[in-house]
Design a protein around this ligand. Structure first.
Ligand SMILES: [Zn+2]
Length: 265
């Protein structure tokens, strides 16, 4: 069972990257301008069979054609307008992962907006309570707290049990998934660039391919279509990030630039 899940963050109007989500250049590289995001969506629409873009709720089981899941991390203020609006205009629904400790704070969704997303048919899930810098470094008790608190908060807001989540910061470990499963999470999206799926204690674990601002619409289209080139480059980026932990950030940035520039050609 394979799926092509794409990870976006905030989509902002007028290039105002401060308007939504976490502040700082480190977070801003993941944010897209609204007009660029529209090009990404149109490129996806042209690249995949109709019906391929769907949600995990609609398709928990699938066989042949891998579904395309569009996911949005952090729960920034623009998730409803314009992000969800733009998806709906194309007949699509997305997966929105909310950092519950930020709900109602500047730059993030209000509780009403979270409820609205759910009401409009989008998948709403946890992106942890506090967005720890390194989720996988937490103790088991710390992990349990992050998942349980955030799931309880979102389920209360939505008025129904919510059972989907994504791992903040890409710091995944088996223990992160075990803790999620124990908290009642049935589907967990990671940041591992893979189409393969796995089961951990009954929790379905799905990888995702990230889209950053420096990536053009052809990246989204290529990833959604499951093309080997962009998926391979994502794996290279992922490995470069790991290497950077030992070499230092400068080396990672140089590598990242080289890989992204290759993607443009
Ligand atoms: Zn995040």
């Amino acid at each position: 069972m394979r799926c092509l899940a794409i990870m976006y963050h905030d989509v902002v109007e007028n290039g105002d990257f401060e308007s939504s989500g976490f502040p700082g250049e480190g977070a801003h590289v993941y944010k897209l301008r609204r007009e660029d995001f529209e090009c990404h969506l149109d490129a996806i629409r042209d690249a995949v069979p109709s019906g391929a873009v769907s949600t995990i709720a609609a398709r928990r089981q699938w066989s042949s054609t891998p579904p395309v899941f569009l996911t949005f991390d952090d729960g920034g203020a623009t998730a409803l307008h314009p992000t969800a609006d733009l998806l709906e205009r194309r007949g699509w629904r997305g997966h929105f992962f909310v950092t519950t400790g930020r709900i109602g704070t500047p730059g993030f969704l209000s509780a009403d907006a979270v409820r609205d997303l759910r009401r409009r048919g989008h998948i709403v899930g946890s992106h942890s309570a506090s967005h720890p810098t390194r989720m996988s470094a937490l103790s088991r008790a710390g992990l349990d707290r992050e998942w349980r608190e955030s799931i309880a908060c979102l389920s209360e807001i939505a008025g129904e049990p919510l059972k989907v989540a994504s791992v903040p910061g890409g710091y995944y470990s088996r223990e992160v998934a075990r803790s999620a499963a124990a908290a009642g999470i049935e589907v967990l999206f990671t940041s591992e660039p893979t189409a393969a799926t796995a089961q951990v204690d009954g929790c379905l674990v799905l990888g995702r391919y990230v889209v950053q601002r420096a990536m053009g619409p052809e990246w989204s289209a290529g990833l959604a279509a499951g093309l080997r080139g962009p998926r391979w480059r994502q794996t290279a980026l992922w490995k470069a990030k790991r290497v950077a932990k030992t070499l230092g950030g400068g080396a990672y940035l140089t590598l990242r630039r080289a890989i992204l520039e290759r993607g443009r050609k």
